[in-house]
Design a protein around this ligand. Sequence first.
Ligand code: ADP
Length: 228
Amino acid sequence: MKLNFPQLSQGDGSDITVLTGIINAGKSTLTTALPEELKRPIVGTGDILREAVAAGTSMGLQAKSYMDNGQLVPDEVIMGILSEALSQHIQNGETSFILDGVPRTIAQAEQMENLGIPVNRVIHITVPVEVAQNRASNRRVCPHCKRTYSLIGEHRPLEDGVCDNCHAELIVRKDDADPQVVATRIKTYMEQTTPLFNHYRTKGVPVITVDNSGTTALTEFIEALNTK
Ligand code: ADP
């Protein structure tokens, strides 16, 4: 795949946050809860892939079986998505982003470095494994606006099964429905994504951990976003 990425450089005001965490740590809940003035474009590879699967594009067809089984989609596909999404934002004059769920492997981080995508900080949202497992079976998502709800805790929809925002019927994500797939996603995260923390630390990039196992840790998340 040919990558078409306009270069960003330190000093042009670009500010890139890598947001990572075990499945169901609450990454999208935190970004949705950000006050308007702190919001910035979010490039979420999982959302982009689910849209491609729903639209039946060739990329979606390529990614579907990996996603359904809880495995990582090949790096080549991910780098193409990332490059295209960032290019579009940059063409619109935006230079600050949150990358939600990418990179997920050292190879992806290295390819980002080769493409000249600077990372200012990594925010690691953490919850215990049992919480991640339990949240999976209780997660509901809006297929339209992508807002995420939980049947347990503080993020229930106002009306059962209906999105507060756009009133679409909430669904269970296919990869949340099967406990075996949930287990595979957790194992994949532990094995392939957690080595990124040391990778970035070694390069002098701040890695900030936010514990999101209790009530939504929005204040801590905002502090982390402001880390230089
Ligand atoms: P979660 O973090 O809950 O697994 P996401 O919505 O971020 O959910 O991702 C869903 C699926 O999309 C992943 O299980 C994986 O198959 C694929 N995916 C998303 N981002 C990446 C990535 N950076 N590298 C490889 N696969 C990815």
